[in-house]
Design a protein around this ligand. Structure first.
Ligand code: FE
Length: 202
C-alpha cells in the first residue's frame, strides 16, 4: 500500500470561516471539499476532529468557504492551516469581509456559505454534507490546487537548500545565521581571509 498515491486525487485549497460559541470568528484551511451536486447545490467537506473549527461547526451547523486563488500569500495558508483558532485570532491579520455574518477572504476566487444537513463520523474526521446557502464570485482568479501548493513548497525548499555561498579560493561553505547577502562589505572568508567578492552561489 502506497499512501502517497492518494495525492494523485486532486484537491483544491480552501479556508473555512465559522463562529465559536462566544461568537468569535474562527476558521481553518481545508482541502477535502467536493461539489456533490449543483442543483440544488450541495457540498461535502471533511474537517479534522481535532480542529477547533470542526468542533464548533458541529454545534453551529454553519460555515463559510473561501476558494483560494493561486497567488494567495503562503502566510495565510500557514496561519489557517497550522494554528488553532482556540488560541489565535486568524482573521485579525487577514483581509476579510462578513458574508451572511461569516468571514470570507477578500482575495477569494469565489466564496459561499454552507448549512450542514448531514454528517458522517470517520476515525479522524467529520464529513459534512451541506446545502449551499449562497455563493458569490469573488475575483474568479485561477485557483490553487493542493498539488500546486505542494509543488511550490518543494521548489521553494530546493531553492533555499541550493543557496550556498562557497569561497572560490579555499572551498569554505558559508553557514552563518546572517544571510550571506547581509554580511558587511569588509567581511572576509574565515579560512583563507579572502573578501566576500570571491564567494559564489552554488
Ligand atoms: Fe576562503
Amino acid at each position: 500500500m502506497n499512501l502517497e498515491a492518494l495525492f494523485k486525487i486532486s484537491h483544491g485549497l480552501y479556508i473555512t470561516g465559522a463562529r465559536d460559541t462566544q461568537n468569535r470568528l474562527i476558521g481553518s484551511c481545508v482541502d477535502a471539499v467536493m461539489v456533490v451536486e449543483a442543483s440544488p447545490a450541495q457540498i461535502m467537506i471533511s474537517l479534522g476532529k481535532n480542529s477547533f473549527t470542526c468542533q464548533n461547526v458541529l454545534t453551529s451547523q454553519k460555515l463559510s468557504l473561501s476558494v483560494l486563488p493561486m497567488d494567495i500569500a503562503d502566510s495565510i495558508i500557514q496561519t489557517f492551516g497550522m494554528k488553532s483558532s482556540k488560541t489565535v485570532d486568524k482573521w485579525s491579520n487577514t483581509p476579510y469581509h462578513l458574508y451572511q455574518d461569516l468571514p470570507v477572504l477578500n482575495q477569494a476566487s469565489a466564496y459561499m456559505t454552507l448549512k450542514v444537513v448531514q454528517k458522517i463520523e470517520t476515525a479522524t474526521h467529520w464529513v459534512f454534507l451541506c446545502d449551499v446557502q449562497s455563493v458569490e464570485a469573488g475575483s474568479m482568479a485561477p485557483v490553487l490546487t493542493y498539488a500546486n501548493y505542494q509543488n511550490n513548497k518543494r521548489k521553494e525548499k530546493k531553492m533555499t537548500e541550493s543557496k550556498k555561498w562557497v569561497c572560490t579560493v579555499c572551498g569554505y561553505v558559508y553557514d552563518g545565521e546572517t544571510p550571506f547577502e547581509d554580511l558587511p562589505d569588509d567581511w572576509v572568508c574565515p579560512l583563507c581571509g579572502e573578501p566576500k567578492s570571491v564567494f559564489v552561489q552554488e
